[in-house]
Structures are given as structure tokens and as C-alpha cells.
Ligand binder design. Structure first.
Ligand code: UFG
Length: 328
């Protein structure tokens, strides 16, 4: 029996794929390689195509005995979603409808879904709990929430069992050193900081130093891809054992400011790269910190690699060994 990993060539998908294979699961990957990287899949069988394509899905489900699906395939840039909501509703929501229709045609009723802290929008209280108000402030978060609701109704109607994992700020790279973060365009803080340390950028812009936080910069809850991968393994195990549908936050509960990330990056890299203050980025909440209590209690998940040093040193090792990312 196989596990189908949709979007397994992407950043979080490839880290979870690597961990599942290491844990002994037989995995196959579906990815359209629009943002993902062929090399990130390693030796796992890769079907190149789109989950919006019913014939593509039928071929995968016919050629393999798929037991469960892990679904990472989505567009994931907040800014792009504001410019092009149609892309996000098509690529995220419509494609997920297609995927679940395909699963149900072939009797596959278990899915671990890649959701986001973006479903909450600007939090009213911290830390953020799974049942905190959901008020997405962009189409990216809105489509993630819509997909969760869609899966809920598919459970009611067809008995689909889903576990939705709401990541806070995914960061870091696999300790094995073969995969890491490589987005085009890159908008995330940590890779941009490390590019500055490598001299690929002349400086880092801090988007706002006038937030109501201890040092004036935004605070986020960074979670290492190794910890995310372990949560996916536990969620999959739970569904395979007959567990019910559920939703979990995946965060470390430790807030780190933009300044703290920059200072840790300077220590880890030994490079005093320049920084400049820039205007606030529209739509950035001041502070996002998860409560991960539910994932700890129900899944038995314990984040072990999500301190600033572990995140930045693993990401730095990847950047040093892959100065051009996957080079694709
Ligand atoms: N930042 C800078 N300078 C940069 C880039 C980012 O100061 O050059 C700041 C941002 O303003 C923010 C923090 O660094 O305060 C982190 O920004 P990222 O772009 O790395 O991550 P976000 O918090 O914006 O986004 C993450 C995920 C999204 C998800 C969102 C939920 O990457 O997928 O959290 O709010 F939607």
C-alpha cells in the first residue's frame, strides 16, 4: 500500500516525503513541478502532472494501491494571492475538489492536509488556538480555510477522514543536507537573510520597526521542517489507525522577532551583513504565536528542532552547499 504525496517536490512536501520514506512508508509523488523541484523528490516515484486533471489522478490511483494522501500541492504566496485571487481559487480550491473527487472514485478516504496560520488573519488573542476566530485577510488564507470546510462536508457526506495541519512559519532545512528552501520569487525572511550573508543580496530590509513588540519588529512562530515532518507522520499514523477528522496548529509557541532572526543569523554565519529599515509590508500582523497544546496532547507531537539556532544553522548548511538552490 502506498502513500500519495501531492506537492511532494515543494518545500514542506519534500521534507515530509523524506521523513516518511525514512520511517518505512512506501511513497509516490504527484507534482506539476510549477514551483517544486524534481531533485527534491529523490528516488521516490514521481508522476508529473496536475491534480486538477482527473485522467492524471485516475492513472495514479489505478497503477498504485493508495492508502492515504498527503496534500501539499498549492500556491502559497500571500502577496500573489492578493494580485491574482482567481489563481488561488483555481489552484488551491478547485484542484482540491478534483483531488478529493479522484480519491473518492478510487475508494481512498484518508487525507493529511497542509493548512496555514493564514486562516486566522489578525489574531484577537495570543497564543492562537485551533478554535480562535478565523478571519483570513487574503485569498491564500481564505482558500486554505475553504478547503478545510470542504473536507469537513466531505466527511459528513462521504466519510472522508482528514487531518488539517495549520503551519505557522515553516523554516529550516533537512539535516541530511539534500533538500531545503528554494522559492522563486523568494519572499521569506530567513532565506533572504541568508542570501545577504552569502553576498547574494547587498542587505536585508526590515519591514517595519514601529510595531507594538519588544524591539518594534514583527514576531512570528518559526517551526522547523523536521518538526513539521514528524507531525505529518503522526497525523498519517492516526488516520491509518482509524482516527477521526481533526485540525491542529503546528507552531513552536516561541515567538521570534525579525531582529532576533537577523542577530541569530549573524552569529550562525559569522557575517555582519547590512540591514535597513523599510516600510511595513501591508497585511503583516504584529505577532503570530501558536498554541500547540492540542497537537502535543492528541498527536503526542513534541517540536524538537525549532529554536532559532537549529533553524538557522540547518538552513545555512543548505544555502552553503546549494548556493543556487536546486539550480533548476
Ligand atoms: N520580513 C522582513 N523582511 C523581509 C521579509 C520578511 O522584515 O525581507 C518580515 C515580515 O514582515 C514578517 C516576517 O519577516 O514580519 C516573516 O515574513 P515571511 O515572509 O518570512 O513570512 P510570513 O509571516 O509573512 O508568512 C508566513 C507563511 C505564509 C503564511 C503566513 C501566515 O510563509 O505562507 O505566514 O500569516 F500565509
Amino acid at each position: 500500500m502506498a502513500i500519495l504525496v501531492c506537492g511532494g517536490a515543494g518545500y514542506v512536501g519534500s521534507h515530509c516525503l523524506e521523513a516518511l520514506i525514512a520511517a518505512g512508508y512506501d511513497c509516490i509523488v504527484a507534482d506539476n513541478l510549477s514551483r517544486g523541484h524534481r531533485q527534491a523528490v529523490g528516488l521516490a516515484p514521481l508522476y508529473v502532472g496536475d491534480i486538477a486533471d482527473a485522467a492524471f489522478l485516475d492513472r495514479i490511483f489505478t497503477e498504485n494501491r493508495v492508502e492515504a494522501v498527503l496534500h501539499f500541492a498549492a500556491s502559497s504566496q500571500v502577496g500573489e494571492s492578493m494580485q491574482n485571487p482567481i489563481l488561488y481559487y483555481e489552484n488551491n480550491l478547485s484542484a482540491t475538489v478534483s483531488l478529493i473527487k479522484g480519491m473518492l472514485r478510487h475508494g481512498v478516504k484518508k487525507i493529511v492536509f497542509s493548512s496555514s496560520a493564514a486562516v486566522y488573519g489578525e489574531p484577537e488573542a495570543l497564543p492562537i488556538l485551533e478554535d480562535s476566530p478565523k478571519a483570513p485577510t487574503n485569498p491564500y488564507g481564505e482558500t486554505k480555510l475553504a478547503m478545510e470546510r470542504f473536507m469537513h462536508w466531505c466527511d459528513v457526506a462521504y466519510g472522508l477522514k482528514y487531518i488539517s495541519l495549520r503551519y505557522f512559519n515553516a523554516a529550516g532545512a533537512s539535516p541530511a543536507g539534500l533538500i531545503g528552501e528554494d522559492h522563486t520569487p523568494e519572499t521569506h525572511l530567513i532565506p533572504l537573510v541568508l542570501w545577504a550573508a552569502q553576498g547574494k543580496r547587498d542587505k536585508v530590509s526590515i519591514y517595519g520597526e514601529d510595531y507594538p513588540t519588544s524591539d518594534g519588529t514583527c514576531i512570528r512562530d518559526y517551526i522547523h521542517t523536521s518538526d513539521l515532518a514528524e507531525a505529518h507522520r503522526l497525523a498519517l499514523q492516526r488516520l491509518l489507525a482509524g482516527g477521526a477528522s481533526d485540525i491542529f496548529n503546528l507552531g513552536s509557541e516561541q515567538g521570534l522577532s525579525v531582529r532576533e532572526i537577523i542577530e541569530t543569523a549573524r552569529e550562525v554565519t559569522g557575517v555582519q551583513f547590512p540591514v535597513q529599515t523599510a516600510p511595513r509590508r501591508p497585511g503583516d500582523p504584529a505577532v503570530l504565536i501558536a498554541s500547540n497544546r492540542k497537537a502535543r496532547e492528541v498527536l503526542g507531537w513534541v517540536p524538537r528542532h525549532s529554536d532559532a539556532r537549529s533553524i538557522l544553522s540547518s538552513a545555512w548548511a543548505w544555502h552553503l552547499s546549494h548556493p543556487d538552490g536546486f539550480g533548476e
